[in-house]
Design a protein around this ligand. Structure first.
Ligand SMILES: CC(C)(COP(=O)(O)OP(=O)(O)OC[C@H]1O[C@@H](n2cnc3c(N)ncnc32)[C@H](O)[C@@H]1OP(=O)(O)O)[C@@H](O)C(=O)NCCC(=O)NCCS
Length: 189
């Protein structure tokens, strides 16, 4: 693989979308690249303990390289996106789905930097993941969401009705189905 080869593979690799925060600041959502390793690592160390807990369901004192490489993994059935500030390319959010072949659902992970919350970054990342997934016959996104993570539930609800499992060990499995849809709603931006 070339050092700056984007993931996942064609036709997603050249994807990039210009977006705007609610205050007008410009940012880009684009396919993650192997060369994002350091910036993604920095993002993981920049997020609060609470955010890390909401994402990983455990307190994390460190984020090993393997975690970053897993995010940047080049499996062609997956899609990894980053949101980067247009002015200086700082990464302010990351999102990825891994397609579960049996269910056709994309298993979602997303983190937005704490100081960029409530400004539309999460909405933009999910919107673009869904667009990519829709083009690749993904049936929907599935997220493991900690009970009480109102932010994540509200974010997913923006894109349609959810199927929410009863909580197991404090975690809901939440399905957002897109199969058969020709358009994706997007209530923010
Ligand atoms: C969940 C998360 C990705 C949302 O990202 P975001 O960039 O703030 O999302 P948006 O700005 O696009 O917000 C979309 C809507 O979600 C809702 N929302 C977002 N965060 C919220 C919170 N903490 N509490 C309540 N509602 C929230 C709001 O309705 C918001 O719209 P509004 O701010 O215009 O009212 C972000 O809070 C995060 O990274 N959390 C930690 C990691 C995590 O929980 N991941 C989910 C498990 S994979």
């Amino acid at each position: 693989m070339l050092p700056d080869q984007p993931v996942p593979k064609a036709p997603i690799q050249r994807c990039a979308w210009n977006e705007g925060l609610s205050d007008g600041t410009r940012f880009r959502v684009r396919a993650a690249r192997a060369t994002d390793e350091r910036a993604v690592h920095e993002l993981l160390y920049a997020i609060s303990r609470e955010s890390a807990y909401q994402r990983y369901f455990s307190v994390r004192a460190s984020h090993p390289r393997s975690e970053v490489l897993a995010f940047l993994d080049t499996d062609p059935r997956s899609c990894a996106l980053v949101a980067e500030r247009s002015s200086d390319s700082t990464i302010i959010g990351i999102a990825r789905y891994d397609l579960d072949a049996a269910s056709g659902m994309g298993e979602l992970g997303i983190i937005v930097r704490d100081d960029y919350r409530h400004r539309g970054v999460g909405t933009a990342l999910i919107h673009r993941l869904l667009e990519v997934g829709l083009a690749h016959e993904m049936k929907g996104l599935r997220a493991e969401v900690l009970v009480g993570n109102a932010g994540m539930m509200a974010l997913l609800r923006r894109f349609g009705p959810l199927e929410v499992s009863s909580a197991d060990a404090g975690v809901h499995s939440v399905d957002l189905l897109i199969e058969g849809r020709s358009r994706l709603p997007r209530s923010a931006a």
